[in-house]
Design a protein around this ligand. Structure first.
Ligand code: GDP
Length: 299
């Protein structure tokens, strides 16, 4: 809870300060409601969500003084209601060996860091982990993954720069099977400059792995950078359509005052949210829960 509230501090203080300033010693009227709506839109909760919350708060409360904490309470409840259907833990099925997680997302979204955090988490749970360096174009990405491998005790499968990513994923799956590895996490490229090429590559990785295991990958996690605001919504749209995304990880929520973007995303896409990133450290990956997140950002 402490790490979560610390990580979401920028968003919660922007919403919280806004609400406190707005409702302290003031009557509650149409103008106040409009200002409240602005505060929520500023935090990237989305226009639809902001309107809904404002309406819920307005109901039956006109022309009386209202305590800021009451407003925050209603806000938290409204946010929670939107998040409950999408807050789903990522269950690593023990009968899938290896359990294959494909990681997708644009460069810089925090994909490699999230892979490292996940590897650390699963290793700490006593599982064996293999990482496949599927972003074969960026030497730095491969190097970064190797560093995470060493840090977490995960095996890393890599090829020369420019090698075929699907071939690498296939070999990694074979190797993970042969060695009885519990979890295989496959990194992928994120060059959105060549959208069609990238999507074709992701589809090929899936197709090739399915030749060996008809259910693989068991999870396709899209990593989204919260600091990119509305861009995150576009990326969810692009990857959601073609890459068969099964769940989301939103990173860098500690780096923005507009963490409401996660609520807008949930509201709009309905995609399950599994984890949130609230810092660069290996511990800074939090399982996503509707209630805690809602309470943490409502100020
Ligand atoms: P990739 O290109 O998608 O693999 O992105 P990286 O994993 O290399 O991350 C890009 C930058 O974002 C790095 O400097 C990371 O340390 C940073 N980063 C990743 N996740 C988080 C997070 O949750 N919070 C913060 N503050 N930084 C993060």
């Amino acid at each position: 809870w402490q790490r979560l509230t610390a990580g979401l501090k920028r968003t919660s203080s922007s919403i919280g300060t806004g609400i406190t300033d707005l409702f302290t010693k003031r009557k509650f009227d149409a103008a106040t409601l409009e200002e409240l709506e602005d505060i929520l839109i500023q935090a990237d909760l989305g226009v639809a969500m902001a309107a809904r919350v404002t309406e819920a708060i307005g109901k039956g409360r006109h022309d009386r003084a209202i305590d800021p904490d009451e407003v925050k309470g209603v806000l938290a409840r409204e946010i929670e209601a939107v998040l409950v259907p999408v807050a789903k833990p990522l269950v690593v099925a023990a009968d899938k060996k290896p359990f294959v997680i494909l990681m997708v997302g644009v460069n810089g979204s925090g994909k490699t860091t999230t892979i490292g955090k996940l590897a650390a988490k699963y290793r700490a749970e006593g599982r064996s982990v293999m990482l496949a360096a599927g972003d074969t174009f960026r030497a730095a990405a491969v190097e970064q993954l190797k560093v995470w491998g060493t840090r977490t005790g995960a095996t890393v499968v890599a090829r020369d720069q420019g090698a075929d990513a699907a071939g690498l994923a296939f070999d990694a799956l074979q190797s993970a099977r042969d060695t009885g590895t519990d979890v295989l996490i496959v990194d992928t490229a994120g060059r959105l400059q060549n959208k069609a090429g990238l999507m074709a590559e992701l589809e090929k990785i899936v197709r090739v792995m399915r030749k060996m295991d008809a259910e693989a990958p068991h999870a396709v996690l899209l990593v989204l950078d919260a600091t990119t605001g509305q861009n995150a919504l576009n990326q969810a749209e692009i990857f959601g359509k073609t890459a068969g995304v099964t769940g989301l990880v939103m990173t860098k929520l500690d780096g923005t005052a507009r963490g409401g973007i996660l609520v807008a995303l949930a509201d709009k896409t309905g995609l399950p949210v599994h984890f949130i990133g609230v810092g660069e450290g290996v511990e800074d990956l939090e399982p996503f829960t509707a209630r805690d997140f809602a309470r943490a950002i409502a100020g």
